[in-house]
Ligand binder design. Structure first.
Ligand SMILES: CC(C)(COP(=O)(O)OP(=O)(O)OC[C@H]1O[C@@H](n2cnc3c(N)ncnc32)[C@H](O)[C@@H]1OP(=O)(O)O)[C@@H](O)C(=O)NCCC(=O)NCCS
Length: 164
């Protein structure tokens, strides 16, 4: 799907001044994206979830720095609500503003289509919860036993942020 009226910026700059090249996920990026996610998530996505970004069901944008993939974000929207489905930054690039830049990119792209952005996060993922709270997300729900976890299941928090 082409996002009319909201062209994708070719480049973002983090607060610390690093240049990030932005592009929509291509089939040739999927192996790198999966490898990055496997470094930061205990239960990374299957390939088919990324392939949904190629057929327009989801939307994924990657950011590269000096030719290397350093992060990506995946969103979807329907009926006026947006959903942040995934976001990840390479471990060695975390805490340099890449996550914030990815989130801001996603917010800009979603704004024409949604007034709220929702997401689910593992209750144990204090790093991401701190990140989202800092970015004006608030808790709107709790799903017991939502995620598979090592040795059992884990609850999800549902967070939301107003877009308009
Ligand atoms: C969540 C994630 C995307 C954040 O990316 P990032 O590039 O590190 O985030 P930023 O550098 O933009 O951080 C912005 C702010 O969020 C907060 N924050 C981010 N990571 C944090 C951490 N590990 N501990 C505490 N606060 C943190 C801080 O307030 C930070 O600002 P500061 O560095 O000036 O203090 C990254 O930690 C990640 O990839 N995590 C693994 C994947 C994941 O859990 N994704 C979420 C799935 S729901």
């Amino acid at each position: 799907m082409v996002l009319k009226g909201y062209p994708l910026p070719e480049q973002l700059t983090t607060q610390s001044g690093a240049a990030l090249q932005v592009r929509p996920l291509a089939a040739s990026d999927i192996a790198d994206v999966m490898a990055l996610e496997a470094r930061v998530q205990t239960h990374p996505w299957r390939r088919s979830s990324y392939e949904d970004c190629l057929n327009g069901r989801h939307h994924c944008w990657t950011v590269h720095n000096e030719g290397r993939l350093v992060g990506f974000v995946v969103v979807a929207w329907a009926g006026g609500d947006g959903e942040l489905l995934n976001i990840a930054v390479a471990p060695e690039k975390q805490r340099h503003g890449v996550g914030k830049a990815l989130l801001e990119l996603a917010l800009e792209q979603i704004k024409p289509f949604a007034s709220m952005l929702f997401l689910e996060v593992r209750v144990s993922n204090t790093q991401a919860i701190t990140f989202y709270e800092r970015e004006q997300f608030f808790e709107v729900g709790h799903r017991p036993n939502y995620y598979p976890a090592n040795g059992g299941r884990e609850d999800a928090l549902i967070l939301a942020r107003q877009l308009s």
